[in-house]
Design a protein around this ligand. Structure first.
Ligand SMILES: Nc1ncnc2c1ncn2[C@@H]1O[C@H](COP(=O)(O)OP(=O)(O)O)[C@@H](O)[C@H]1O
Ligand SMILES: [Mg+2]
Length: 333
């Protein structure tokens, strides 16, 4: 319980200052208000049995839930960012143990795609980057930040992790509506322009998902596509994490071109595993994976960029037909 151990000797009101979203934990569980000078540990120790019974958890169980809650929120919000200019992937070994001879640097504002067949090691590479590996994963890769290994003290602290992974499944733990969710996030960053950003996020999310939802929709009622769209917009406008990892956005049910444009407009390093030629060609370069290693790195050529505009037209054509069929229209000549 690393979070709980960190907060247990804080006063409750101090904890609420450091982790503003933890007030939501108190609301959700209907926990009574704490006295001014009570520490978190004293608070939990003195909770009446009747309260625990209502929640249906033991004292220890409740502490564990708070610990997990803080973890989840911090991962989601990637709080407390160091200044990052580059990320470098230093090769390790392939699945068969042969050397991966590469050093690949991606800078702020760049998009790197990871291409390769299923099983070739795309997700593994993203995991190495998320973990800021130091030759301590099966691939033996090292990930450097600004040319240096990231200090262990920061690697393992949820607050200072510079890498946000847009997760494939959203397990929203919060029983709140969209507006409350965004505000909670903005507050935790002490962001002054909450109202304006809330508007931007919801507008972008709706453009991305194509199935409109509004600020009062409960998070738990969002479809997979809507939830993903909300997370993309949220990361674009509020996340301070300079490195964004995305695993196969094409199945997310959102407008992937718009999503990529939105994310890359905000001075971040974007690394995205994909089978989608539209995404692969809109990146600056692509790493091609084979047998668990980066086989080569290809810079998108001018000819490929031309091909991209042709592919985009075809994609729009298909999308139009898809919409028509969905609406129950006939396809006409
Ligand atoms: N360099 C490597 N060394 C050892 N195992 C690897 C390596 N790269 C990938 N793997 C393993 O191979 C499997 C498939 O890789 P994965 O990243 O899931 O492929 P993809 O996402 O491209 O479908 C996973 O179990 C992964 O841990
Ligand atoms: Mg994968």
């Amino acid at each position: 319980m690393k979070n709980y151990n960190k907060i247990k000797s804080m006063k409750v009101h101090e904890m609420l200052n450091v982790y503003p979203y933890s007030s939501e934990f108190f609301n959700i569980n209907g926990l009574p208000q704490a006295g001014e000078e009570v520490s978190v540990h004293e608070y939990f120790s003195s909770l009446p049995y009747s309260v625990l019974q209502d929640i249906g958890a033991s004292r220890d169980e409740l502490k564990k839930r708070l610990d997990l809650f803080i973890d989840t929120m911090q991962n989601m919000f990637s709080i407390g960012m160091p200044d990052i200019k580059t990320v470098t992937i230093v090769g390790g070994t392939a699945k068969d143990g042969t050397v991966e001879n590469i050093s690949l640097t991606v800078g702020i504002g760049e998009v790197l795609c990871i291409a390769g067949n299923t099983g070739s090691g795309k997700s593994r590479l993203l995991a190495d980057i998320e973990w800021l590996a130091q030759a301590d994963t099966p691939t033996k890769r090292k990930i450097l930040v600004n040319g240096r290994p990231f200090p262990d003290s920061m690697r393992f602290s949820a607050e200072n992790k510079p890498v946000a992974q847009l997760s494939q499944n959203m397990n929203f733990v919060l029983d709140v509506c969209v507006k409350e969710f965004i505000e909670l996030h903005a507050q935790s960053l002490i962001d002054k322009k909450t109202a304006e950003k809330t508007k931007n996020i919801i507008q972008s999310a709706n453009e991305l998902s194509g199935e409109p939802f509004d600020l009062s929709s409960p998070l738990t009622s969002l479809s997979g596509g809507q939830a993903r769209a909300l997370m993309v917009a949220d990361i674009a406008f509020l996340s301070r994490s300079p490195v964004i990892l995305i695993d196969e956005i094409e199945n997310a049910g959102i407008d992937r071109k718009k999503a990529l444009r939105l994310l890359s407009s905000n001075k971040k390093i974007i690394i995205i595993a994909t089978h989608d030629p539209l995404i692969a060609l809109s990146a600056d370069k692509r790493a091609v994976m084979k047998n668990g290693r980066i086989e080569k790195v290809i810079k998108t050529t001018p000819f490929e960029k031309q091909t991209l505009s042709r592919l985009t037209e075809i994609d729009e054509f298909i999308e139009k037909k898809r919409k028509a069929l969905r609406n129950g229209d006939f396809l006409r000549e």
